[in-house]
Write a protein that binds this ligand. Structure first.
Ligand SMILES: NC(=O)c1ccc[n+]([C@@H]2O[C@H](COP(=O)([O-])OP(=O)(O)OC[C@H]3O[C@@H](n4cnc5c(N)ncnc54)[C@H](O)[C@@H]3O)[C@@H](O)[C@H]2O)c1
Length: 270
């Protein structure tokens, strides 16, 4: 169901790789709610992904940008304002990648070049995106910036590897930049801590099948899907959440506050 919550609002959506991506589902929902946007992804991902189909479906333009490259980001912000005809109301940062995870390096055997690259892509890029927006004065008052994170920032999930550290940094950047964006521009900045979700990035985590089933059994409401996450993100882009900022918001069916569930007890009861 659509509520016209984003009518007249303009933004940038990072990270739609394929139709499983959280950013893809969010772009579809933003479009349904009357928002307009520019889609962006790393040039290397654009060749693999089907982002053009999404652009056609949502009447959007695509501007390639590597989120670790400041020049790309400046160009993206400038061109987006030109295309959309003014300042922005929302930005979604839905980006993550660990080279150590990709190359099968354990947390106790990190290759630090890989660590640095993964940190740049997954965590520092959020600062770079916000600094580009801030310096260009590209956000309208009461705009909203959201990034996606995972609970491994607070609790250890061994196979999440160095992404746990990246997410802790990302969440801290949301708080720190959220202060300045709030004070100086009346813009809110939050992270959504999402359930495990079957996407390209999600499935890169070792043992993802067990991970997602465990979370499903531990969550009183069950895991939140990518479509559920899109709905929640829409609410944070809308005018209904104007005073929510500098928060890490758990969107996980209750997983983060559950000690144990009956279903998990049953597995261990003979
Ligand atoms: N899938 C999960 O289980 C899960 C759970 C919690 C949080 N998240 C987070 O959600 C976000 C989106 O991931 P997803 O699950 O939709 O997977 P996804 O693989 O569909 O999206 C990740 C995106 O990051 C993009 N990306 C990688 N390097 C980039 C770069 N240098 N510049 C610009 N973009 C780049 C990829 O091209 C891709 O579009 C990530 O931050 C991820 O960590 C995912």
């Amino acid at each position: 169901m659509a509520y016209n919550l984003l009518k007249g609002k303009k933004g940038i959506i990072f990270g739609a790789l394929d139709e499983n991506s959280i950013a893809w589902k969010t772009a579809e929902r933003v479009h349904e709610e009357g928002g307009t946007f520019v889609l962006t992804n790393a040039p290397i991902a654009m060749r693999m992904g089907q982002i053009k189909d999404l652009a056609t479906k949502t009447n959007s333009e695509i501007i390639p940008a590597d989120a670790t490259n400041e020049e790309d980001l400046q160009n993206l912000v400038e061109k987006s304002m030109e295309i959309l005809g003014g300042k922005l109301d929302f930005v979604l940062h839905s980006i993550g990648m660990s080279v150590n995870v990709r190359k099968g390096r354990a947390y106790t055997d990190e290759k630090y070049d890989f660590t640095a690259k993964g940190w740049d892509v997954s965590a520092l890029s959020f600062h770079k995106v916000m600094q580009s927006l801030f310096k260009a004065d590209a956000m309208n008052e009461w705009g909203s910036i959201v990034a996606l994170t995972y609970m491994a920032a607070q609790r250890t999930f061994p196979d999440y590897n160095d992404m746990a550290d990246n997410k802790a940094y990302l969440e801290s950047v949301a708080r720190s930049f959220g202060y300045f964006f709030g004070k100086e521009k009346k813009v809110r900045v939050n992270t959504i801590s999402q359930s495990p979700t079957p996407t390209t990035a999600g499935q890169g985590v070792k043992g993802f099948g067990g991970f997602i089933s465990y979370a499903e059994k531990m969550s009183p409401l069950g895991n939140a899907s990518a479509a559920d996450c899109a709905d929640y993100t829409i609410s944070l882009f809308s005018d209904l959440t104007k005073k929510v900022t500098m928060q890490n918001l758990f969107h996980d069916g209750g997983f983060s506050n559950t000690g144990v569930s009956q279903e998990v007890i049953d597995v261990f009861t003979e």
